[in-house]
Design a protein around this ligand. Structure first.
Ligand SMILES: C[S@@+](CC[C@H](N)C(=O)[O-])C[C@H]1O[C@@H](n2cnc3c(N)ncnc32)[C@H](O)[C@@H]1O
Length: 407
């Protein structure tokens, strides 16, 4: 267990006026936004040039972990890593660190798609947002299963405590499909707002606008307010903002009609690690000062000080991803401290080892039969290096704990 502490066209930003004034339906035709900004050459999209765009550490770790465990693999895997590293280094002068961070969304969503395709969990929407994804190794699929189940577990606890009159704000949402999955499961939420960099929201907007399933899922008969980077339809809001810029975040939340007095769930999966600690502190303090009652679910790296953690960090840095917020990923204590020091009422954190063990045993047995896992030790190490931290403001959430699926 855990320490627990008590207390379309190329993407561009749009003005509020633009966002609010345009009306459109699903028949819009626009040019698909590129993965990265403007002059980035096509070769970034080419699998040959960029063999495996893999910024999330576990993918590279798989190579390293396997190499460590089986020297016979070392030469082959080292060659693969070198190829990727060289490709990354060549791109560094063209790809800003923000763009490298934005591209982590592609990896996360491709991994989710890979696991969904194999039946780890059900998500009828990810295939719309991610058209192509190669099959990932079993430990990656299981890792993403644990991540999704763990986050879902706490989301359901939040919804049970809050009732219908609540909101969800997803930071660095990427191509997450949570809104559509919750709606399909008949959960009622007053306001669901997703924030990411405009270049990422532009691509999500583009796909939503062209998908009947996603548009119908908004329940607005195709009536949405949109710009190239933002979409507002019914209780769903997708907005582009840099989370390091508080004024921008505050403005976008107001434009999304967020009610600061409703119980609100904040979500972030592998997002805060890319943001300077001081900016994360400002964001968390600001939430405290503005929202009456809220809960935060944060999934990201932990135990980054041991050798395994250092290798994870080295690999991420080699991709040009600045890990500006890594200080908070040293231990479960530093994860909870991030909230306690910004005046949240309390916080708890668990490694993914604990989270995985808390998942319904029937579900675990089901997914363990999907694929043979010959790297159990590596999976355990990965689980030891990721965590879920839950923090809250308001006593109503203080009883939320990691327990079996008892509710
Ligand atoms: C690893 S991806 C995770 C995406 C999604 N949360 C998921 O789990 O599928 C990290 C996301 O955080 C976003 N992000 C990172 N820093 C950000 C910032 N300063 N402002 C807005 N979004 C940010 C990236 O653009 C990217 O979409």
């Amino acid at each position: 267990m855990t320490p627990s502490r008590q207390r379309s066209s190329p993407p561009s930003s749009s003005s509020p006026a633009q966002t609010g004034s345009k009306r459109a339906t699903r028949t819009l035709s626009v040019t698909p936004p590129n993965r990265s900004r403007s002059n980035t050459p096509d070769r970034i999209e080419s699998p040959e040039w960029f063999p495996a765009a893999r910024p999330e550490p576990q993918l590279l770790l798989r190579d390293i972990g396997a190499a460590t465990a089986r020297p016979s693999l070392l030469a082959r895997l080292t060659r693969k890593s070198k190829k990727r590293t060289l490709a990354c280094l060549s791109l560094l002068d063209e790809m800003s660190s923000d763009e490298a961070v934005q591209s982590t969304n592609d990896d996360a969503s491709e991994c989710k798609r890979s696991a969904v395709r194999l039946g780890y969990w059900q998500d009828d929407y990810i295939q719309i947002l991610v058209r192509n994804s190669e099959k990932k190794p079993p430990e990656i699929n299981r890792g993403y299963f644990a991540r999704t189940e763990g986050v879902n577990l706490f989301i359901k606890k939040f919804l049970k405590v809050s009732g219908d009159k609540c909101q969800i704000i997803s930071f660095g949402a990427g191509f997450d499909t949570l809104y559509w999955r919750l709606r399909e499961a008949q959960f009622k939420i007053e306001n669901f707002t997703e924030i990411d960099f405009p270049s990422v929201t532009a691509r999500k907007c583009y796909t939503i606008k062209r998908s009947k399933v996603l548009l119908d899922g908004l329940g607005t008969d195709g009536e949405v307010r949109l710009s190239s980077t933002e979409l507002h339809g019914g209780n769903y809001h997708l907005v582009g903002a840099d989370l390091r810029n508080l004024n921008e975040v505050a403005t976008k939340l107001r434009e999304s009609e967020v009610n600061f007095n409703l119980p609100t769930l904040f979500l972030s999966e592998c997002v805060l690690v890319y943001i300077e600690s001081s900016s994360v502190s400002n964001l968390l303090s600001w939430i405290m000062s503005r929202f009456t009652s809220c809960m935060f679910i944060n999934y990201e790296q932990v135990n980054m000080c041991d050798r395994f953690g250092e290798i994870m960090l080295e690999n991420l840095r080699a991709r040009g991803c600045p890990l500006s917020g890594v200080d908070a990923c040293r231990s479960l204590d530093t994860q909870t401290n991030r909230f306690i020091s910004t005046n949240w009422d309390g916080a708890k954190a668990w490694t993914m080892v604990d989270i995985y063990n808390a998942i319904d045993p029937c579900e675990r047995h089901r997914i363990e039969k999907i694929e043979l896992l010959d790297e159990q030790e590596l999976l355990t190490q990965l689980f030891q290096h990721y965590c879920i931290c839950v923090a809250w403001k308001g006593h109503v959430f203080s009883s939320i704990a990691l327990s079996d699926y008892d509710d």
